[in-house]
Design a protein around this ligand. Structure first.
Ligand code: ADP
Length: 267
């Protein structure tokens, strides 16, 4: 039984550069097993942060990328047909609750609302997970914690978390780190000099100012790392920025021109 969970252990310490007091706050939240919501745009470090915290707290981490086709059974578990009949298979939430993992539901707003309500009994003082089809009530292991991520930028009337879900979580805000810290992260992850990383960050800052003025979302730290990785491989900086930054983020010719101009300002 124990090897099921061992595959979710994080053996090497992930590189995480703290931005504020998020590490201490998360530790305090974990100590009382408070369910946590990490809010912020895509590619700003939420997933890396959970990986780092799971390692620091020495807990297995089960990550689930949520999508709109996901059903409650995908989280909880289901009966599968096998040669010997039907067999119950725990879903990620049941595995985490039984074995005391941190279960990270990435982009939980993407999941349908009837799916998100299955987490409710796990996020209040009951800490139970009913496996209705199996007729079993799983009492969560004392180490179990649930963490969700959430991009407020994507939210709409149709796609938002219910108040009854939101109010079960503590929240931590994530944004792109300030210039010096983001430069450090990009330089470390891409393996490029700080001077080059700093230029990439400056381009990203310009793009973030265009958010809402033609861009849905600014360039993320993740995209800067992609561009930096190409530069580290010897690709010309302007070409790397075109491929990894400008082309993916917009199809609008005027926006592309504006971003290309930002690239030529710095490279
Ligand atoms: P999110 O989950 O918010 O979409 P990720 O955690 O996947 O974003 O972050 C994207 C990448 O950016 C990570 O793989 C990591 O390389 C880098 N990153 C972002 N913030 C940090 C940070 N504070 N410390 C270390 N790496 C970071």
């Amino acid at each position: 039984m124990s090897n099921i969970i061992d595959q979710y252990r994080i053996t090497q310490e992930p590189y995480y550069r703290p931005v504020a007091d998020e590490v201490e706050l998360f530790e305090a939240a974990y100590s009382v097993r408070m369910p946590m919501m990490l809010k912020g745009p895509t590619g700003c470090g939420k997933t890396r942060f959970v990986e780092y915290m799971a390692h620091k707290l020495n807990k297995p981490l089960i990550t689930v990328a949520c999508n709109e086709d996901m059903t409650a059974s995908d989280l909880v578990g289901r009966f599968l047909l096998s040669a010997s009949g039907t067999q119950w298979q725990d879903g990620p939430l049941a595995i985490g609750a039984r074995h005391g993992a941190i279960v990270y539901l990435d982009e939980v707003v993407e999941a349908r609302q009837d799916t998100t309500v299955v987490i409710h009994p796990l996020t209040d003082n009951r800490r139970v997970l009913p496996l209705e089809k199996k007729g079993e009530l799983v009492h969560a292991h004392p180490d179990f914690q649930i963490v969700i991520s959430y991009n407020p930028g994507y939210q709409s009337l149709m796609k938002d978390l219910k108040q009854s879900t939101k109010q079960r979580f503590g929240g931590l805000d994530f944004t792109y780190p300030e210039h010096g810290i983001e430069t450090e992260i990009v330089a470390h992850e891409a393996g490029i000099p700080a001077e080059v990383a700093g230029k990439l960050v400056s381009i990203a800052e310009r793009s973030r100012n265009l958010k809402g003025h033609g861009l849905d979302e600014g360039l993320s730290t993740r995209m800067l790392i992609y561009a930096g990785s190409l530069i580290a491989k010897g690709v010309d900086a302007k070409a790397a920025c075109r491929v990894a930054l400008v082309r993916p983020i917009t199809d609008d010719p005027d926006m592309r021109d504006a971003l290309d101009a930002a690239v030529t300002t710095f490279f």
